[in-house]
Design a protein around this ligand. Structure first.
Ligand code: GLU
Length: 305
C-alpha cells in the first residue's frame, strides 16, 4: 500500500503548479504550495503514508463536518434540519448572493459558510469559548490525537480579515436565523477553522465517519450511526463546494475539502483518507489532492456508485 501511495504522490506532485494557495486569509499565503501528502487509515489501526504527510495545516472547511456532528449530538436532527437544509447550492462556499431569494434553510447547507456559522449556535456551551472547547475535544477524540490545537496566527489572521463571514453572519441575523452576538459566533467558527492537523488526523477522523461512528480499533460507538450517515450524505452533495458533482463522478465517495489544502475522504465501511496539497483550484479545492483521490479511487475501486 505504501508503494501505491508513493506512486500516487509522485504522479500528482506536478499538479500543484496548476493551483494557487489561498490568499484571502493572509496567513495562508505563506504556505509552501508544492507540498503533497496522503494518509490512509484501514481497520485494526493499519495506517499508510506518503509524501508530506507530517506537514501541519489548518482544517478550514474540513472542520464543517465536525461542526455539523457536534450540533447533531447537542441539538438533534430535527432542530438542525429546521435551521439548515441539505440541498446543494450551486454557489461558492462563501457566497453572499442571496439577493434573488430570501435567506432561509432551503438555500443553505452545513458545508457552506453560512450554514456552518449558523450551526455553531446549535452547539451547547455556556459561552462560545466553551462551545469551541467541546468541538476541539471532539476533533481530538476522533483523531485520537490529544495534541490537536489552534494555529493562533491563522486564527488571528482570519479574525482580522473575515469581513465576508461577518457579512454572512449579519445576514443570518437579519433573517432571524441566529440571535447570538455575531462576533462570539464567528469566534467559535474561526477557531474551529484554524485547528491544525496532519493528513493522518484527517484520515482517522474520516475513518470513523466511514465506520458509521464506531472506532476502527476499539469498536467503541463514539456517536450514533444515523449522525454519520447524515454527515456523509451532506458531503456527497456539498462537501467539495460547487465541484461536488464532478467529484462524485470522478472519485465517487463522500469528501470534504478546505482552503488550507486538506481533503478528508470517507469510504463507507472501508477506510478513511486524508490528503494535503495547498495549491487550490478556482473553487477552493486542492488540485493535486483531487488528482490523488481520483487515482486512489481508480486503483482500489473506491467509488460507491
Ligand atoms: N475559514 C474559511 C472561511 O470561512 C474556510 C473556507 C473553506 O475552507 O472553504 O473562509
Amino acid at each position: 500500500m505504501n508503494t501505491l501511495l508513493e506512486h500516487i504522490i509522485s504522479d500528482c506532485r506536478q499538479y500543484t503548479a496548476q493551483g494557487h494557495v489561498a490568499t484571502y486569509i493572509p496567513e495562508l499565503a505563506n504556505v509552501d504550495p508544492d507540498q503533497v501528502g496522503i494518509c490512509i487509515s484501514l481497520d485494526n489501526g493499519r495506517e499508510y503514508f506518503a509524501g508530506d504527510c507530517q506537514a501541519q495545516f489548518t482544517m478550514q472547511s474540513v472542520v464543517k463536518p465536525l461542526i455539523l456532528l457536534q450540533a447533531l449530538m447537542d441539538s438533534g436532527v430535527d432542530t438542525i434540519h429546521s435551521l439548515v437544509g441539505v440541498e446543494a447550492t450551486g454557489k461558492p462556499f462563501d457566497t453572499f448572493n442571496y439577493s434573488d431569494q430570501p435567506l432561509s434553510r432551503t438555500n443553505i447547507n452545513p458545508m457552506i459558510n453560512t450554514g456552518s456559522i449558523a450551526l455553531c449556535t446549535l452547539i451547547h456551551g455556556a459561552t462560545y469559548r466553551d462551545r469551541f472547547g467541546r468541538l476541539l475535544e471532539l476533533a481530538r477524540k476522533l483523531a485520537g490525537n490529544p495534541q490537536l490545537t489552534v494555529n493562533e496566527s491563522v486564527y488571528q489572521s482570519e479574525k482580522l480579515t473575515g469581513s465576508k463571514n461577518r457579512a454572512l453572519a449579519y445576514l443570518l441575523t437579519a433573517y432571524g436565523m441566529i440571535s447570538d452576538p455575531v462576533e462570539e459566533v464567528l469566534d467559535c467558527y474561526f477557531r474551529a477553522c484554524s485547528i491544525s492537523v496532519t493528513c493522518r488526523d484527517l484520515a482517522r477522523i474520516a475513518h470513523i465517519f466511514a465506520n458509521h461512528g464506531a472506532h476502527p480499533v476499539t469498536k467503541e460507538q463514539l456517536f450514533p450511526a444515523e449522525y454519520a450517515k447524515y454527515v456523509n450524505a451532506t458531503l456527497v452533495t456539498s462537501g467539495m463546494y460547487d465541484g461536488s458533482g464532478e467529484f462524485a463522478l470522478n472519485v465517487g465517495f463522500p469528501a470534504k475539502s478546505g482552503v488550507g489544502g486538506g481533503i478528508m475522504g470517507v469510504i463507507p465501511r472501508r477506510m478513511g483518507v486524508g490528503v494535503f496539497a495547498p495549491a487550490l483550484d478556482q473553487r477552493g479545492n486542492s488540485v493535486a489532492g483531487i488528482k490523488a483521490l481520483e487515482k486512489l479511487s481508480r486503483e482500489l475501486d473506491l467509488s460507491i456508485y
